[in-house]
Design a binder for this molecule. Structure first.
Ligand code: MLC
Ligand code: AMP
Length: 499
């Protein structure tokens, strides 16, 4: 059998084609048969536009069933699917298009003008527009196209997707994920989280990241589950649909926002089997309060763009707040010191992982790739933590300078480079401070060099960087605190501005 993820899915939902695959609050219903048909039409269309195996398909569109079917169509055609956050600015998209060199770029209708310029500049042969309904767009074109049932015959190592992730230095890197990476991880999670017939997934995450696309959708489709598909997280809609669902996957902000509803509690969760949290740390207090209010203990797991899911609290065993659980079956996790020596239980160091889930390297960056792997194949995650005697992992920080806000990664270096280039800024430091809603909030500390005001900084940042990366607060200082090595002491800044 082919290792193409789509073929594995099709084999699992093949005799359940009448089952609902996706339902929407607007009354939309797509069965597994409908989704199979629509993805075959997208596959045919992609092939018609010259998407041969290994060609890239970049998609930057709002969440919709069309977007999901395009993802599945790309898998079928053997394309490398590259979803982009809709918050990315033209500058950011320009970089991704030039780096990925796709055969086709599918974008939102509102972005047509800029997209035409960007696609032309990057030499992208085809630009297509896709909205959130099948009217008058690439989705409509797919509906009129003939279905192409062929599924590219692939090996496990063949690429399925590239997901861009920013870095502590320089430009974003494209993490290459293979069909085997995605299928092994999703099949493991199905088992580990005890998916069962009749499970209904409430889906409110974006579909351009590992969490919403691969963890949530791949597991649901492999289980032939119904997905209640919300355009985005909306606490009212979540409460409306929880009583029809059995599983929710979310970032910690989902849970703090639910808890902020005074009357949220057991009644909302009567049909629920499992609440899963990840992408950012969840505090023990939120864990406790959620359990007190609903009777459900949230299952926290840990993952990464480059690795999919790495560890998880157990389904049946004890779920401990503050730990991210055990290495998933088939995955090895260890903790090492700076030289790469393996540390014993209880000692804190960098978390490393090895397994069929670990990515194939960064797109066209062999040197960056080799920097992040040990000689024996372990991937250096950049997260800091410790294992206990039983093998439970507790994350204690990050070796990388990274802020996680509402489950989205923000690399301070990227914002600092943008701010430092503004006339009137001598230098800047960007830090994350605790935030009740987003977990961490971005704060910029500016050392002026002449006249510079917040308005100008906001204008420049607004042009260059996606909105979620924008500093929520600007502070001005005469000088940044530095240690004897000349390194900015961000811990001091965090203490100062948290206070
Ligand atoms: C939105 N904003 C954010 C933000 N999301 N700012 C910082 N961090 C975020 N995550 C901005 C908006 O642009 C807006 O700006 C303002 O904050 C308020 O927006 P909102 O309406 O309150 O936000 P909302 O649309 O409700 O989104 C919040 C959210 C969303 C938490 C629901 O960000 C979300 O769905 N996050 C999940 C991200 C995710 O999927 N992460 C997984 C990555 S994979 P303004 O200026 O207009 O007011 C991964 C691996 C793993 O990490 O382990 O899973
Ligand atoms: P990304 O690069 O967007 O895939 O984000 C991955 C990062 O999110 C990891 O390297 C961790 O730092 C963080 N992360 C994911 N899950 C958790 C979790 N449960 N607790 C703490 N941090 C997490």
């Amino acid at each position: 059998m082919s290792a193409n993820l789509y073929e594995i899915m099709q084999n699992r939902f093949g005799d359940k084609r009448d089952r609902p695959a996706i339902v929407t609050p607007e009354g939309g219903l797509w069965t597994y048969g409908d989704l199979d048909d629509l993805s075959a039409r997208f596959a045919g269309l992609l092939r018609r536009y010259g998407v041969s195996p290994g060609a890239r398909v970049v998609m930057q569109v709002d969440k919709s069933v069309g977007a999901v079917a395009l993802y599945l169509g790309a898998l079928r055609a053997g394309a490398i699917f590259i979803p982009l956050n809709t918050a990315y600015t033209d500058d950011e998209v320009d970089y991704f298009l030039k780096d990925a060199r796709p055969q086709i770029f599918v974008c939102r209708p509102e972005g047509e003008e800029a997209a035409e310029r960007l696609a032309a500049g990057a030499g992208v042969p085809f630009l297509k527009l896709m909205g959130t309904t099948p009217d008058n767009c690439f989705w409509a074109e797919a509906l009129q196209a003939d279905p192409d049932p062929d599924i590219e015959d692939y090996e496990e190592d063949d690429l399925a997707a590239i997901l861009y992730t920013s870095g502590t230095t320089g430009k974003p890197k494209g993490a290459m994920l293979s069909h085997g990476n995605l299928s092994s991880n999703a099949l493991t999670l199905l088992d580990y989280w005890a998916f069962e017939d009749g499970d209904v997934l409430l889906h409110a995450l974006p579909v351009f990241h590992v969490h919403g696309l691969f963890v949530a959708l791949n597991t649901a489709f492999l289980n032939a589950s119904k997905v209640i598909f919300l355009e985005k997280f909306d606490v009212k809609l979540i409460r409306k649909y929880l009583p029809e669902s059995t599983i929710l996957m979310g970032v910690p902000t989902f849970y703090t926002r639910l808890l902020a509803e005074e009357d949220f509690g057991k009644e909302d969760c009567a049909t629920m089997r499992l609440f899963i949290s990840g992408s950012a740390p969840m505090t023990a207090q939120v864990h406790r309060e959620f359990e007190d209010r609903t009777g459900h203990r949230i299952l926290e797991r840990y993952g990464m763009t480059e690795a999919g899911m790495i560890t998880s609290n157990p389904y049946d065993g004890e779920r401990i707040a503050g730990t991210v659980g055990f290495a998933l079956p088939g995955v090895d996790v260890r903790v090492t010191d700076e030289e790469g020596n393996i540390l014993p239980p209880g000692k804190t160091g960098v978390v490393e992982a090895l397994g069929p889930n670990i990515f194939q390297g960064y797109w066209q960056m062999p040197e960056k790739t080799s920097e992040e792997f040990r000689d024996d194949g372990f991937f250096i995650t950049g997260d800091v933590g410790s294992l206990d005697e039983e093998g439970r992992l507790t994350l204690e920080g990050r070796a990388k300078d990274l802020i996680i806000s509402g489950g989205l990664n923000i690399y301070p270096k990227e914002i600092e480079s943008c701010l430092d280039a503004v006339e009137g800024v001598r230098e800047s430091a960007v830090i994350g401070i605790p935030d009740a809603d987003f977990g961490e909030a971005v704060v910029a500390v500016i050392v002026p060099d002449g006249e510079i005001g917040e308005a100008k900084l906001k204008e420049v940042v607004g042009e260059k960087l996606a909105r979620f990366k924008h500093p929520k607060i600007y502070h001005f200082m005469d000088e940044l605190p530095r240690n004897t090595m000349g390194k900015v002491q961000k811990n001091l800044l965090r203490k100062l501005y948290t206070a």
